[in-house]
Each structure stands twice: as C-alpha cells, then as structure tokens.
Design a protein. Structure first.
Lengths: 266, 474
C-alpha cells in the first residue's frame, strides 16, 4: 500500500471524481489485492474512492442459471448501495456487464429507470482509467513486467468492448513485451456454473487457452476478470505449468511481491 | 431423427476422446472465423445490413399470416400446388402421397435440414422408395448411415481417409486408387449422374419464399439443387413457414448476409429462383411443382418469448464460432440442429423436459450473437431457456437450492460477511503453502480437472475494516 498517501497530494483540483468501488465477490474472497490495487490506481488517477459496506455480489451466479427471481433483490440492493456515487468502478468485465446490460433487462418500472441511470455511470476499471480519469505514468518509473499476454474475457470484450484499454494501460504504465494469444477472442471455458456443469468440456477449452499462452513464451498471463484467471491458473497448475497469472490491477501497480493466482508461499 | 439430447453430457465426453475428430473441429474453429472475417471484416455496412435483415424478419413475423397468404396466392398463380403441414408426420405424408400419385420409384434430394427435421428419407424408404441425397456432404453421410454434424457442412466431421474407405466399400467400381479430394468428388459425381437422369421426383429446400412473386430462392454451390429441381418431372420444395419474406429485394438483402456468414464467399456458385412448373414455351423444367410449408411448432414459437429465433437464416456461423460446438461437434447435441441456434431451437421444437441439457451447453461467451447475421440474441435466449428450466424444476434441485441460497445470503450483507470471514481465512491456512487445492470436497467438478486457487488470506472486507480502525486510532 505504498501508494496510498499520494492520492492526497493534489487537493487544489476543482472536483475530484467520487468513485464507489464494487470489489466483486471473487476479489473480496479470493484476491483482495485486486481491490486494494484498484483503489490505489484510482487514487493515483485523482479520484476519491469509497468502498460501500453493504455490497456483496452482483447476482451473476443466479442470473446465468436462470433464477431471475432470486437475482432481482440482489440487483435492487446493488442499486441502493451504489446509486449515490458519481461513478461505480468494477475490476471485472463480467460484473460491470451485469450492471450495465443485464440489470436494465431484469428490472421493470422505476427500478429499471434507476438501473439505467446507474448503468450510465458504471465502468469497468480499465475503461474508467482510459476514458474518465486518465491514467498517466508521469514521472514515475515504469513497472518492469517482461513478456505478458492478455486474456480477453468474453463479457468484457463483447458487452463492454474492452480490447485496447488494458493494452494501452500496460504499454503506458509498464515496460512490457505484450504478445497476443492465438484465438484471443475465444472463451477460456470458465463460464460461471458452466465449468461445474460440464467440466470435461470446460477443461478442453481451458487446456487450449493454457497451451496457447505457453506457446507465446509469456511469463505472465494478465486479465481483467478473476473468474477466467482462476480457471486459467487452476488449469495451468494442474498441467504442471508455473506461468504467473495476475489481474491487470496488480500488474499496473507492479504489485507482484505476493504469489500469483494459484501460486503457493512455499 | 431420433432425439438423443438428454445424453448430451455423455456424448460430449465421448466426442472429446476422439482425437482425429477433435483435430478436425479445432481446425474448423480456427479456420472458419478467419475466413468469415476475411469475407465480412471489411464490410463496413455489416451492422446496418444485419439490423435491416432483422427488421425485415421481424416485420414479416409480425404479419406472417398476411405474407404467407400472399405467397400462397402468388405461388398458385405461378402454377404451383401449395400444402401446409402441421407437423413432421404431416409433411412426410404429403410428400409420400405426391410420390405415390405419380407412381414414383426414385427420389433425388438437394440438401434440406427441414427434411432432416421430419426424417423424410426414412418415411419414403419405408414406403419402398429409393431416396438419394445429391449434395456431396449429404451423399457421404447417407452412404455412412449418419446424420449431419453441421447445418451447412453436413459431413464436416468426416476425414478424407474415412470418405475414401466409405466409397471403396459402397461403390462397386472395382480396384482403384482414389487419391485426394478431386478423385473422391469425381467418383461421387459419376455415381450421382444416373440418379439425376432417372429420378421421378426431386426434393429441395428453400432459403427464402418471396411473397410478392411466389418464388422460392435456393442457394447452393454444387449445382445439385438445380438438377434436382429441373430434371425430374415432379419437384417438391420442402420448407418452413418462417422462410417467407415480403419482397425479392428482402431475399437478396438476406443473401448478402447469409453467404459470407455461411461459407465466407461473396456469393455461392448458384442462386436459383424457382417460380413453378414448366410453361408451354419452356424447353425444360418440371411438369408439376409442389411447395410444402411445415409449421412443426413455428406458430408456437411465434407466440412465445422466443420469437426472435425465427429470424434465423441457417448460416451456421454461430456453430463455427461456438467453443462448445467446436469442442464436441454436432452429433453430441443429439438433434438435427446443433450449436447455439440448435440449443435454442431444439427445446422449442421438441420439449424442454427432453432437451434442457442443451441450453446449459453455453459459457455465455456471446461470440454467436456477435457474428449472427440476423442479430438474434442467442445467449439471452439460452439464458431464458435456463429460466424456464428452473421454473419447471427440470434442473437438479441442488443447483436450484444453491443459487437461491447464494442469492439470499448475498442480500444479507452482515451474515455474508460473517460466514465468508470465517470460511475464507480457514481455506487460506489449509492451502497457502501450495497455493492451490488439488481436491476440495464441495468443488469436485472444478478440482477433477484443475486446481482451485487458494484465497490470498483474509477477505478484502476483513482487511479493509482493519485499515479503517488504524485510521481511526491515529
């Protein structure tokens, strides 16, 4: 958390964007560094960051399983918790897609209007850092990363058109040799409940993804969605590869002291 | 075709074991999107034109009774006989009775998924007729006694050596080499020639029925469709209600999207418009033409929340771009229509109770919708089918309870915080050394094939609370 103080160094700016961070349940439970690093990045980009206490999950598990009724209370809870913020920023393409595209379809009447209103102010992290509060390296030393490949997660790519944003940030903030995966726009096989419902099929896709990542010669697989990254890392470990798998927020901040996803301490 | 959709998971597992087939499918998964992109990547009006095609389709569906009526009237004026078939059995019976009326023995067929849907060949063969498929892919799988694995390329699952062996076994032509595709094509051509010349009835499908002039449009690459339609004295066009479009320009607009999406060509070798039987001064053509319009639950789909599925123009792009289809191939789906479009259509044409595995065969990656030339929101329709599955209690009770419990817990933030705050640090302590679990009691579907990454430590909100306290203390 070495960057925590830097956020308060320019109080003379007219109005700092007020950002509410949706941590996402996966980052909360499995990889808090993603949320902590997102906060640091947003503060570096000149934002005031709040993390609303009553947040939990955006509701994708139930929604994608077809239980719309159980998802509606979660969507309403999300809206109530976050709608007072200027911006909602989410370090996940699929959760941001859920709020931006699926809440308005799921809800009706006044709630739908509130969902649309919130959707317009909701951003995935790399989108926010390239469009609203633009992240510049400035005088800081670039982060050394070596060879990196970026996995495009499906929801981010197709629901939010996230393609250039993370690459732009990696090039801007880091020293890196960015290499592309063959078939980079093909699903890694995670698919939420899909990977548990159809494990063999999911494994085929994950194996293909890991194989093509290894073929690039990259030391690091980066991505913007923890679901995909946990799947890819889990498959890579099982296949015996020790390629480093990390969320883009960690990489942009050079937060690589702790183990990567699925790596041990000893 | 016998419906075997409930066996999807078992068939998928088997399909993943067939290494040579996996290679073919991986090649299709790599090559087809590249080819489509070469054909459509620089077409800057793609979004505009597909919106147009969608609007035309939606308008037609909104006024289907009117356009069907107009098509029927025009087609009759052109000299066709038009039949409506409520279901597959009715279509098969209509076709058989036309054949019997003409004392037909030999039937030749162009490629038609509709007649696969109704299992027309079986019906005609049982009645003693000889039925020959003349599309090369269809011919191959007919010889092999198989069903199509792809709606555009029915024999895409066959390797060249397999086809070679099949021809050597099935064609009584003596010893010969049969080296490579040109030899195989030439042999199929020779075998088919007699069938074309001696057929009593030709059966083809249709890509569009044009209401304003009563024409039927057919898109092919091999020319076999035109031979089926023009050489035998009787032509029967078997198609479905949802093929109708108002005007000829609508059919050609659709064509502009259909062909590059299907085969990555700008246009196919043959685009034919069949108007009706031979007129008095025509040198050739069939003496009698029939158009059989199949409903088979299309009217029900029209009245349901799945109406958008009727916009489908059967290009197969969603199959080529679907990681599930590429992973397991068409036969694993156990129905006529595989891939994303099939996973929506099959439960609607059969029943969700029989076919509810199919809408789950989807990672919601959205690539199908991205390439769909008719702009069908396939992932949304598949999710809606999972909703129906859940409402009809067809999904396992443990899943339904699991999602309900998760949603309930997530709407009680403090309880959620407490429980996750207890469980996550425990998981961390158990797995931190290795960094990932090789097996976890509650997550065996995950850990059977991949490690489960260990939580990093305490949850974010445990850490964040502590950080706040430190701030307060200062």
């Amino acid at each position: 958390m070495s960057n925590e103080q830097s956020a308060h160094s320019s109080p003379e700016q007219p109005k700092r964007p007020q950002v509410a961070l949706f941590v996402t349940c996966l980052a909360d439970l499995f990889r808090p560094s993603v949320a902590l690093d997102s906060i640091a990045l947003l503060e570096q980009a000149g934002c005031d960051v709040d993390v609303p206490r009553l947040q939990t999950c955006c509701g994708q598990p139930g929604y994608n399983s077809g239980d719309y009724e159980a998802t509606i209370p979660l969507a309403r809870q999300f809206i109530e918790v976050f709608e007072s913020a200027d911006y909602v920023v989410i370090p996940s393409g699929s959760c941001a897609g859920m709020i931006k595209h699926h809440y308005p379809k799921l809800l009706q009447g006044e709630w739908r209007q509130r969902a649309l209103d919130l959707a317009a102010r909701t951003y995935e992290l790399t989108c926010f850092l390239t469009s609203v509060a633009e992240m510049r390296r400035g005088t800081a030393t670039p982060v050394e990363l070596g060879r990196v490949t970026y996995h495009d997660s499906c929801a981010g790519l197709r629901e939010l058109a996230i393609k250039e944003q993370p690459r732009k940030l990696l090039k801007e903030l880091c020293h890196t040799d960015l290499v592309e995966l063959e078939q980079t726009e093909v699903c890694c096989g995670f698919g939420g409940a899909f990977c548990a419902k159809m494990p063999e099929l999911s494994t085929k896709m994950s194996t293909d993804k890991v194989d093509s990542a290894i073929a690039t010669g990259a030391q690091i697989i980066a991505g913007g969605d923890l679901g995909c990254l946990m799947n890819i890392a889990g498959r890579a470990r099982r296949m015996g590869h020790d390629i480093e798998v990390r969320h883009i927020a960690e990489l942009l901040l050079g937060d690589r002291d702790g183990p990567g996803i699925g790596e041990g301490t000893g | 075709m016998k419906l075997e959709t409930s066996a999807f998971l078992d068939k998928a597992k088997e399909a993943l074991m067939e290494t040579d087939k996996v290679q073919i499918r991986d090649f299709i998964g790599l090559f087809a999107p590249l080819a489509r992109n070469a054909a459509l990547g620089n077409f800057d009006k793609f979004d505009q034109l597909r919106d147009h095609v969608k609007q035309v389709k939606q308008h037609t569906l909104d006024n289907l009774d009117c356009y069907l009526g107009q098509f029927e009237q025009e087609a009759i004026e052109n000299g066709n006989r038009v039949h409506f078939a409520r279901d597959g059995d009715a279509m098969n019976e209509i076709v058989l009775s036309i054949c019997q009326e003409h004392r037909a023995q030999r039937v030749i067929k162009g490629k038609s998924m509709v007649t696969e849907e109704t299992a027309l060949n079986d019906h005609l063969i049982r009645a003693g007729l000889e039925v020959t498929e003349t599309d090369l892919g269809e011919y191959i799988i007919q010889q092999a006694g198989e069903t199509p694995s792809h709606i555009v390329g029915p024999a895409l699952h066959k390797t060249m050596p397999e086809i070679r062996q099949l021809f050597l076994d099935k064609h009584d032509l003596g010893p010969r080499e049969l080296e490579g595709a040109p030899d195989l094509v030439a042999e199929a051509r020779t075998m088919l020639r007699d069938h074309f010349l001696n057929a009593d009835v030709g059966i083809v499908g249709s890509n569009a029925l044009i209401a304003e002039n009563g024409y039927s449009m057919l898109v092919t690459n091999e020319g076999n469709g035109d031979l089926c339609a023009n050489l035998p004295p009787v032509l029967i066009i078997c198609t479905t209600l949802d093929r109708v479009v108002p005007r000829a320009v609508d059919a050609t607009a659709m064509l502009r999207m259909l062909v590059p999406s299907a085969t990555s060509q700008a246009i196919t070798c043959y685009t034919s418009f069949y108007s009706g039987p031979r007129r008095s001064n025509d040198p050739d053509g069939p003496m009698e033409t029939h158009i059989v319009l199949l409903d088979n639950k299309r009217s029900d789909i029209l009245d349901s929340n799945y109406r958008e599925m009727l916009q489908c123009i059967r290009c197969g792009a969603c199959l080529n771009h679907c990681p599930v289809y590429i992973g397991v191939g068409g036969h694993a789906y156990g129905s006529v229509y595989p891939g994303p479009m099939g996973s929506v259509l099959t439960p609607l044409l059969t029943s969700l109770a029989e076919s509810h595995a199919l809408p789950n065969a989807c990672t919601t990656c959205g690539r199908c919708a991205e390439v769909c030339p008719a702009n069908i929101p396939l992932p949304d329709l598949l999710r809606d089918l999972r909703r129906d599955e859940s409402l009809q209690k067809l999904s396992p009770a443990s899943w339904r309870f699991g999602t309900k419990f998760h949603a309930w817990l997530a709407t009680h933030p403090w309880l959620y915080r407490t429980l996750t705050g207890l469980g996550i640090p425990l998981l961390h302590r158990l797995g931190r050394k290795r960094g990932a679990f090789r097996s976890l009691p509650m997550a065996s579907a995950w850990t059977s094939h991949r490690d489960f990454p260990t939580p990093q430590g305490r949850t974010f909100f445990q850490q964040y609370k502590t950080a706040d306290k430190q701030l307060d203390d200062r």
